[in-house]
Write a protein that binds this ligand. Structure first.
Ligand code: HEC
Ligand code: HEC
Ligand code: HEC
Ligand code: HEC
Length: 151
């Protein structure tokens, strides 16, 4: 192979790298998302560092396992660069559901799902429990203190 070919290959290579960054530039999801939603006046618990990158790349979680549309249909075809709604846009109440009182009617699952922290907890913990069962380990955190270490 002569030098001219090598040069062309190098140029094509570099150009496609730029193209790839241009395509992905529309997406703004940090590798590590600080789960500190602005809708909360104050967080009672410590803030979770959620590694979006590890979950999608290392743990091979599909987009639709966490992101869905207004009909709760998983967004399996989501791509980096697409618009993504935040959980709080639909699970609108900051916090966890109030503790059930003895004489008050219990909240239905649908009512509980209106609470942001409830929906988040169900999403994270359900998968973590399954993952730990499958791996026979406890590497996916399921207890309060593992995700929210003491401040
Ligand atoms: C394990 C769960 C999980 C998986 C899998 C996942 N995401 Fe996310 N993603 C989140 C969470 C949680 C947030 C933070 C959203 C929030 O705070 O409401 C987020 C945020 C985002 C954001 C930023 C939204 C914004 O406006 O701040 C984008 C873009 C995004 N995800 C795209 C994707 C794509 C594309 C995939 C698949 C390749 C994917 N996500 C897979 C949980 C996940
Ligand atoms: C566009 C609106 C919308 C967004 C954005 C949204 N959700 Fe949901 N979600 C829903 C609806 C609607 C349901 C169904 C609620 C019901 O059963 O009453 C739901 C249900 C759920 C459930 C229960 C799943 C099941 O089938 O039992 C979980 C867990 C959940 N959402 C977590 C999340 C998380 C985490 C995010 C952000 C990564 C998110 N949602 C973003 C609308 C949304
Ligand atoms: C679709 C499955 C799935 C969902 C949903 C999911 N996780 Fe995980 N997560 C995993 C797996 C698998 C591991 C453990 C991987 C290992 O180390 O074996 C993990 C590990 C973790 C860890 C410890 C290791 C690390 O990467 O920092 C944290 C913290 C974590 N998850 C936070 C979250 C939070 C917060 C949510 C909800 C917003 C969430 N996860 C939702 C699959 C999931
Ligand atoms: C898999 C990780 C994980 C586990 C396990 C977990 N949480 Fe959370 N929790 C989160 C995330 C992520 C949020 C969302 C915070 C945000 O987006 O602002 C949250 C939100 C909360 C909030 C509302 C925000 C605040 O700080 O006031 C409370 C309260 C809370 N969790 C308590 C608990 C308790 C109690 C347990 C155990 C029963 C628990 N959590 C287990 C990840 C976890």
């Amino acid at each position: 192979m002569n030098k001219r070919y090598l040069l062309i290959i190098a140029i094509v290579g570099i150009a496609s790298m730029f193209l790839a960054t241009a395509i992905y530039a529309g997406t703004t999801v940090a590798d590590i998302v600080k789960m500190e939603n602005k809708a909360y006046e104050k967080h009672k618990k410590s803030i979770v560092d959620f590694s979006h990158k590890k979950h999608t790349e290392d743990y091979k979680a599909g987009c639709g396992e966490c992101h869905h549309n207004a009909e709760n249909k998983p967004l399996n075809e989501l791509k980096m660069g697409d618009e993504v709604q935040n959980c709080i846009e639909c699970h609108t109440k900051a916090g966890r559901p109030p503790r059930a009182k003895k004489d008050a009617p219990k909240l239905s699952n649908k009512e509980k799902m209106e609470y942001h922290a409830y929906a988040i907890h169900v999403n994270c913990k359900d998968c973590h429990k399954k993952a730990n069962k499958a791996s026979g380990t406890k590497s996916a955190p399921t207890s309060c203190a593992k995700c929210h270490p003491k401040k």
